[in-house]
Design a protein around this ligand. Structure first.
Ligand SMILES: [Zn+2]
Ligand SMILES: [Zn+2]
Length: 256
């Protein structure tokens, strides 16, 4: 049994076909999926979808790449996080890929999410792109006992160790199935089995053999199989470990 720890099933490509998405999950032993929030404008649609389907959990947060949305307040995040199906804060973090300085607003938004995560003891879902040093610095400054997950990990093993040292988990996406990602392959081999999560980030980043197509939670199976191959372990071992890790980190899901 697998869990997709990061997907965007509320996006139209998938939401419009949710019955097929759920059927495909069931067929591939993908029992649960965490539907990750990117902006509060989409929140009503996201939470309604998650309420309708026991297979889905939710997070609440505003993605660092969303520069043209109102800044979320502490209450915007903390009040939505009270919902019984909201098990995490995010996605949050830093993304310097497309945007240019000044990006103080992005760093402040990230720190706010980590404050809510700390106060509510709900794990954070971290997105980081072209901004790793600043991301780690803000995580350290938050000085929180509540860790989180580095989602869609694309950095090298040295970088992974810095997050692991802070108690964070590493989540691998379809990138691990790509031939041109040797540094992610190395991370997949070296990350301790009790700190590993798997995800699709669907509808993006479809793994081999679906590369270039619309991704969906069922294909987390291919992520797991590829990691198993790299590590010389069985897919069943990866399934068992990543499912246990999911409930360990996202502890509120245990109560549902
Ligand atoms: Zn992301
Ligand atoms: Zn995402």
């Amino acid at each position: 049994m697998y869990i997709d720890s990061h997907c965007h099933v509320d996006f139209p490509q998938l939401a419009e076909n949710v019955d097929a998405v759920l059927a495909n999950m069931q067929q591939h032993q993908v029992q649960k999926a965490l539907v990750v929030s990117v902006c509060l404008e989409d929140w009503p649609r996201l939470i309604q979808l998650v309420e309708q389907h026991p297979e889905f959990y939710a997070s609440v947060g505003v993605h660092p790449g969303y520069d043209e949305v109102p800044e979320p307040t502490y209450d915007d995040l903390s009040q939505r996080a009270q919902h019984p199906k909201v098990i995490a804060i995010g996605e949050t973090g830093l993304d310097y890929y497309r945007l240019t300085e000044p990006l103080d607003w992005q760093r402040e938004r990230f720190a706010l999410h980590l404050q809510v995560s700390k106060d509510l003891a709900l794990p954070s879902i971290i997105h980081t792109r072209n901004a790793y040093d600043d991301t780690i610095a803000i995580m350290k400054a938050a000085d929180s006992e509540t860790a989180g997950v580095m989602h869609c990990f694309g950095e090298d093993w040295e970088a992974a160790k810095r997050a692991l040292d802070l108690g964070y988990y590493i989540s691998l996406s379809g990138i691990v199935t790509f031939k041109n990602a040797p540094q992610v392959h190395e991370v997949a081999k070296k990350v301790p089995l009790d700190r590993l999560l798997i995800e699709t980030d669907s509808p993006y980043l479809a793994p081999v053999p679906y590369r270039g197509k619309t991704n969906e939670p069922a294909w987390v199976l291919h992520v797991a199989e590829h990691i198993a191959q790299l590590r010389g372990e069985s897919a069943a071992q990866i399934a068992q470990a990543t499912t246990a890790n999911f409930y360990q980190l996202f502890h509120k899901a245990q109560t549902l």
